[in-house]
Structure formats: structure tokens, C-alpha cells
Design a protein around this ligand. Structure first.
Ligand code: HEC
Length: 141
């Protein structure tokens, strides 16, 4: 029984922390980069892109299987992500125009935004913006 209740409560806390920016309450998820462990290409980004994007945006999808996605827009590798980061954000975080038929729930877009802000943009040498970005101190090990 309890195992059903706890995730629901935790999930609610996540959503609340995104909406009202209550710093100091609940984990700072969605507005900062304090998640432990952080979202990475390995534990999050690669899987999300494979599930939601790469049926069309992969070099391994043949021309007729790509749903008309441009042949040069692929998200198979970390380097692809670095190259397309701004456009991934524009199409799937700031707007919901990708995937064309939807299929991503709002939380996935929030997490995608967090990953871009906290791992991808810093790797590009860009500061992603938003309070708490890149705060690493205080975490210990
Ligand atoms: C069903 C096929 C399909 C899926 C799945 C899909 N796309 Fe696309 N994508 C397209 C098509 C078609 C275009 C070209 C037309 C357009 O830009 O709207 C495109 C173009 C793009 C572009 C290049 C144009 C630009 O705005 O810079 C980006 C970036 C992009 N998609 C991101 C994504 C992301 C991120 C996902 C997953 C979250 C995704 N797409 C999922 C079909 C798809």
C-alpha cells in the first residue's frame, strides 16, 4: 500500500516546486540544478531522445521512415545534442511543436529543459539561466 502512496506525494512535490519557485521547500527541481544525481545524457537525455525523437531524427532511420524530418537533423550522439541544443529547446521545451504528433507529457518537457540547462548548456560554455543554475556547493560527496 505505502509503495503506491509515496511516489504520488513525491511527484506532487516536484510539480509544486516547478510552479511556484518556492526555494527552500522541497527539492529544487525544475528551477535549479541541485538534483542528485543530476540528469545526464547517459541517465536521461539519450533515452528521452530515443523514445520521442529518433524514430524520425536518427541516421539509422531510412529516408522513408523519418516522417519527413530533414536528413541532417539527427540526435544520435552527444555531439548532435550539443549542435542542436537550442533548437531542441525551442521545439520541445519552449514550444510543443516536436514531436509533431505530441506524445510527451508536460513533465518530460520540464525535465528536458532542466537537462539542457544543467548539463548541455554548461558543456557549451553557456550559462543556462534560472536561479541556482550550476550550484554545486554544499552537497558533500
Ligand atoms: C514523426 C517524426 C518526428 C518526430 C518523432 C520528431 N520530429 Fe522533429 N522534425 C520532424 C519534421 C517533419 C521536421 C521538419 C519540419 C519542421 O521543422 O517542423 C522536424 C524538424 C525538427 C528540427 C529542425 C527544425 C528546427 O526547428 O530547427 C528540430 C530541432 C526537431 N525537429 C526537434 C525534434 C525533437 C527534439 C523531437 C523529440 C522531442 C522531435 N523533433 C521529434 C519530424 C519529427
Amino acid at each position: 500500500m505505502r509503495s503506491l502512496v509515496v511516489p504520488a506525494v513525491f511527484f506532487g512535490a516536484l510539480l509544486a516546486s516547478c510552479d511556484d519557485h518556492q526555494i527552500g521547500q522541497a527539492p529544487l527541481v525544475g528551477t535549479s540544478c541541485l538534483r542528485e544525481p543530476p540528469l545526464t545524457y547517459e541517465n536521461f537525455g539519450s533515452d528521452l531522445l530515443n523514445r520521442h525523437c529518433n524514430s524520425c531524427h536518427s541516421v539509422y532511420s531510412r529516408k522513408g521512415q523519418r516522417g519527413q524530418a530533414p536528413l541532417d537533423v539527427n540526435f544520435d550522439t552527444w555531439d548532435d545534442v550539443l549542435f542542436w541544443a537550442d533548437r531542441i529547446s525551442a521545439r520541445s521545451v519552449e514550444s510543443e511543436t516536436m514531436p509533431p504528433a505530441g506524445g510527451m507529457v508536460p513533465d518530460e518537457r520540464v525535465l528536458l529543459g532542466e537537462w539542457l540547462r544543467c548539463e548541455v548548456y554548461p558543456a557549451l560554455g553557456q550559462v543556462g539561466g534560472g536561479p541556482g543554475t550550476n550550484q554545486t556547493e554544499g552537497g558533500g560527496t
